[in-house]
Design a protein around this ligand. Structure first.
Ligand SMILES: [Zn+2]
Length: 454
C-alpha cells in the first residue's frame, strides 16, 4: 500500500477551510484531520491551500477530428498544468459522438493519451432515438448535449456551425420537438440534458455581416439565449429531465432560467471565466482571440452573471475550452473561428474572482463540487473527503501568475485571457495520489456517472 501524507495545509473541506492533514492510501483520501502523524511519504504544505482538483464539464478536445487545433494529450496537459483533474469532452468531435460505438472508440483513443481523468458527453441529433441514448449511457456517457442552432453533416458525421439549408446532406438541428420527444428517456436515465442555448429563428432574424464587435453582438442577441432557455425548459418540464444550460452569457438568459426554476423545472446553469472576467470593452485590447459564441457581452451582462454566481443560481463555472490554431485566430473578426482555450486558466481565474468578491472559498464550489455533481461524480471527485479520489491541487496564495502565451500547453497559445494576472500560483497537482509532472506519461481514466442506469 502506498501512503502519502499532506501536512499543515489549509484544506478546503465541505465544512469550509481547515488547517488539517490529509492522508492518502493507494490514490484515495482515507483520513482528513489534525495531527495524523508521520506515515509513509510526507509533503509539507505549510502556507499552501490544499484544494480538490477541478472538474471542467465543458471542453472541446478536437480529438478525433482536428489534431492541428488540439488533441487529448495537449488538452489534458493544459488541464494538468491548471489544476483540472477531470475534463468532460463535448460530443462535436469528428465523427460526432452520436452512438455507443463512436463513444467507445473515442474513449479508447482518449485513454491512450489522457494525462488527467476524462468523461464524455453524447450528442443528441434531431434523428436520435431513445434506445441510442440508453446505449450511450451504458457505454459511459455522463449526459447528452443538443446544439439548437447547428446542423449535422451526415456524410462528414460532423456538427456544423450553420443552421442548415436545403442540402440533403445537412440534417436540421435538434429543436424543441427533439427535446420534447427525448426528455422522458433522458429523465429515466437520470442524466443531464445540456443545451447550447441560442434559438436559431432569433439568430436568423438578426443575421448580418460581422465586421465589428458590435456586429457580432447584434448578430447573437441575448434574446436568442433567453428564448432557447425558456422554450427548452417548457418542453422538458413535464418529463422531469434535468436541463443544463451550457455557457450562459447574458442577463436575459439568466432571467429566463430563474423564471423556469421558479416554475419547477430541474435546471442547472453553467457560465465561463471569460463571461465573468471580460466584457465587450476588452475587444480593442484582446481582438479576435475573444471571439466566441455566444459572445462576451456588456458590463451589465457580466455583473448579472457574477451576481447569479454569488446568489448560487449559477452553480458551475466551466470553460468551453475551444482552441483553434493561432493562425486561424489571428484573422480578422469576420473570418476568425469562434472559441478560445481556457482549461489551463479555469482554477486561477475563479480563485481570483472569488477573492475579489470577498470569499476565496467560493471557487472550489464553482469548479469542483458543483460540476462533479452535475456529471454524477459527487461520490468520488471534487472534494477533499475520505473515500474521494486524491485529486489534489496545492496553491500558493502569495504567488503570482500571469496568463502568457508561452506558458500555455494547448496548441492554441494565445487565449482570450492573455495578460490577466492572478494573486495565486499552482505549486503541484496530484491525480489519484500521484504528482502530475511534465515528464509523466498518460494515465487518465474514463469517469462514469455513479447514478447512471440506477
Ligand atoms: Zn462548447
Amino acid at each position: 500500500m502506498t501512503e502519502l501524507l499532506f501536512q499543515n495545509g489549509i484544506v478546503y473541506t465541505l465544512e469550509g477551510p481547515r488547517q488539517v492533514d490529509v492522508l492518502v492510501s493507494d490514490g484515495v483520501i482515507t483520513r482528513v484531520g489534525p495531527g495524523l502523524g508521520r506515515s509513509g511519504q510526507t509533503i509539507d504544505c505549510s502556507g499552501l491551500y490544499l484544494l480538490p482538483g477541478a472538474v471542467d464539464v465543458h471542453v472541446h478536445s478536437r480529438d478525433p477530428g482536428f489534431p492541428e487545433k488540439e488533441d487529448f494529450a495537449s488538452l489534458t496537459q493544459a488541464a494538468a498544468a491548471g489544476g483540472v483533474t477531470v475534463v468532460v469532452d463535448m460530443p462535436n468531435t469528428v465523427p460526432a459522438v452520436d452512438g455507443a460505438g463512436v463513444l467507445e472508440a473515442k474513449a479508447a483513443l482518449a485513454r491512450s493519451k489522457a494525462h488527467v481523468d476524462f468523461g464524455l458527453w453524447g450528442l443528441i441529433r434531431s434523428s436520435t432515438q431513445p434506445d441510442e441514448l440508453d446505449e450511450m449511457a451504458a457505454a459511459g456517457a455522463v449526459g447528452f448535449k443538443a446544439y439548437l442552432a447547428y446542423s449535422f453533416s451526415i456524410s462528414r458525421k460532423q456538427v456544423l456551425y450553420s443552421p442548415g439549408s436545403d442540402d440533403p446532406d445537412l440534417e436540421p438541428p435538434a429543436d424543441y420537438g427533439t427535446l420534447a420527444r427525448l426528455a422522458p428517456a433522458v429523465a429515466r436515465l437520470g442524466l443531464p440534458l445540456a443545451i447550447h442555448a441560442e434559438d436559431p429563428t432569433v439568430l436568423a432574424a438578426f443575421r448580418r455581416p460581422v465586421l465589428t464587435y458590435d456586429d457580432l453582438l447584434a448578430s447573437r442577441p441575448p434574446e436568442a439565449e433567453a428564448v432557447a432557455v425558456s422554450a427548452a425548459a417548457a418542453v422538458a418540464k413535464q418529463s422531469g429531465a434535468h436541463l443544463h444550460i451550457a455557457h450562459l452569457s447574458s442577463a436575459r438568459g439568466l432571467q429566463a432560467a430563474e423564471d423556469a426554476i421558479r416554475g419547477g423545472v430541474a435546471l442547472t446553469l453553467e457560465t465561463c471565466p471569460q463571461f465573468l472576467l471580460l466584457t465587450a470593452q476588452d475587444f480593442g485590447r484582446v481582438g479576435s482571440a475573444m471571439k466566441m459564441l455566444p459572445p462576451i457581452r456588456t458590463v451589465a451582462d457580466r455583473d448579472a452573471l457574477v451576481d447569479g454566481l454569488l446568489r448560487g443560481v449559477i452553480g458551475v463555472v466551466s470553460t468551453d475550452h475551444a482552441p483553434h490554431t493561432d493562425a486561424e485566430k489571428s484573422q480578422q473578426l469576420e473570418h476568425a473561428p469562434a472559441g478560445s482555450p481556457g482549461v489551463q486558466t479555469l482554477y486561477l481565474s475563479c480563485l481570483q474572482l472569488a477573492k475579489d468578491l470577498g470569499d476565496v472559498w467560493l471557487a472550489p464550489r464553482w469548479v469542483c463540487s458543483a460540476p462533479a455533481a452535475l456529471v454524477g461524480l459527487e461520490e468520488s471527485k471534487g472534494a477533499i473527503e475520505p473515500g474521494f479520489d486524491a485529486d489534489i491541487v496545492l496553491i500558493d496564495p502569495k504567488g503570482k501568475t500571469q496568463v502568457r502565451a508561452e506558458h500555455m500547453r494547448s496548441r492554441q497559445r494565445h487565449a482570450a485571457l492573455e495578460g490577466k494576472e492572478f494573486d495565486f500560483a499552482i505549486k503541484a497537482v496530484y491525480l489519484r495520489g500521484e504528482a502530475l509532472t511534465a515528464a509523466a506519461g498518460p494515465r487518465g481514466r474514463m469517469v462514469r456517472p455513479a447514478m447512471a442506469l440506477r
